[in-house]
Design a binder for this molecule. Structure first.
Ligand code: ARG
Length: 261
C-alpha cells in the first residue's frame, strides 16, 4: 500500500468548498469524525492555526511567519503564490484574515517527508494584527515529546474523504520510536514523533492536515508545538500511526531560519 503524501491542491480544496456538497456544517451532537476521529474546534480555541491555500495547515510562529511542512511548499525563495487564512475556524467566514506570502524557506536537506527535514517557513507579506490570532511557541527540547497530544486541521475526516470547511481537532497518544519504526521500517526516528491509537486506530491526521501543528500543554499550561503533520500510511489505521516532524530536533534551525527571513 502506497504511503499517502499527496497534499490537496488549491483547486481541489476550493472546488470542494465551492460546491458545498462535500463540506457541510456539523450538526449538534454529531458523531462524524474529522481530522479523523475528532470533533469541531471552537472559534478561538486554537488561535495560532493557519490554513494555507495549497491545501495544507500551519501554525503561526511569529506574527509574520508560519511554520508548516516542507512537503507542502516548493523551493526556497520569494513567492506571492500562497495565501494564509487565519483567525477563524470557518474558512468561509467573513471575518477570516487572509494574507499572501512573500517568501518561502524550505528546510535544507529536504528530499521527501519520509526522509526527515519536513519543515518549512512561510513569511507573510505583512504581520498579522488581528487580536483573534496568536503565535504558538515551539518545543526547544524533548521534554514534551511524550504524553497526549492535540492535532488540528481542515483536512480529510476519513481516509480518502473531503477537505473540511470547519477546523477539527483530536487527541492522539504518543507512540514510541521503537513501536513506530516497527510499523514503518526505515523510519528516521530522530526526525519523527509518532502518535495515534496503535491498537485500535480511529484517530489521526489525514490528507490536508499536513503542515499543521501537533501540540500539548507545557508545565505552565501553555500550548507548545511538538510536531508538524507529515505523513502516514492511510489514515487512522490500526498499527499505522501518524508521523510528525519532531520539532525539538529542528527547533534551533527553525528559530535561526526565522530570524533571517
Ligand atoms: N501527507 C499528508 C498531507 O499532506 C498528511 C498525512 C498525515 N497522515 C496520517 N496518517 N497522519 O496532508
Amino acid at each position: 500500500m502506497k504511503r499517502q503524501l499527496a497534499r490537496w491542491t488549491t483547486l481541489a480544496a476550493s472546488a470542494l468548498l465551492a460546491t458545498g456538497t462535500m463540506v457541510l456544517p456539523a450538526q449538534a451532537g454529531e458523531v462524524t469524525p474529522s481530522v479523523v476521529g475528532g470533533t469541531r474546534a471552537a472559534q478561538g480555541e486554537f488561535p495560532f492555526m493557519v490554513r494555507l491555500s495549497m491545501g495544507c495547515g500551519g501554525a503561526l510562529l511569529t506574527k509574520q511567519i508560519v511554520l508548516t511542512a516542507a512537503h507542502c511548499v516548493g523551493a526556497s525563495g520569494n513567492t506571492t503564490s500562497i495565501t494564509a487564512t487565519l483567525g477563524v475556524v470557518d474558512l468561509n467566514s467573513g471575518s477570516a484574515v487572509k494574507i499572501k506570502s512573500s517568501k518561502v524557506y524550505r528546510a535544507p536537506g529536504f528530499t521527501g517527508a519520509e526522509n526527515g527535514n519536513d519543515w518549512a517557513l512561510i513569511k507573510l507579506a505583512s504581520p498579522v494584527t488581528s487580536t483573534a490570532v496568536t503565535t504558538l511557541p515551539i518545543a526547544g527540547s524533548t521534554a514534551y515529546d511524550s504524553g497526549t497530544f492535540t492535532v488540528a486541521g481542515w483536512g480529510a475526516a476519513t481516509e480518502g474523504g473531503a477537505q473540511q470547511r470547519y477546523l477539527r481537532k483530536a487527541s492522539v497518544p504518543f507512540v514510541s520510536d521503537a513501536s513506530c519504526a516497527a510499523a514503518y521500517p526505515g523510519l528516521v526516528t530522530g526526525a519523527s514523533l509518532c502518535a495515534g491509537d496503535l491498537a485500535n486506530g480511529g484517530v489521526d491526521t489525514c490528507q490536508g492536515d499536513s503542515g499543521g501543528p501537533m501540540f500539548r500543554r507545557d508545565s505552565a499550561n501553555n500550548w507548545i508545538q511538538v510536531g508538524i503533520t507529515s505523513w502516514g500510511e492511510g489514515c487512522a489505521r490500526p498499527g499505522l500511526p501518524g508521523v510528525y516532524t519532531q520539532v525539538s530536533t529542528y527547533a534551533a534551525a527553525i528559530t535561526a531560519a526565522a530570524a533571517t527571513l
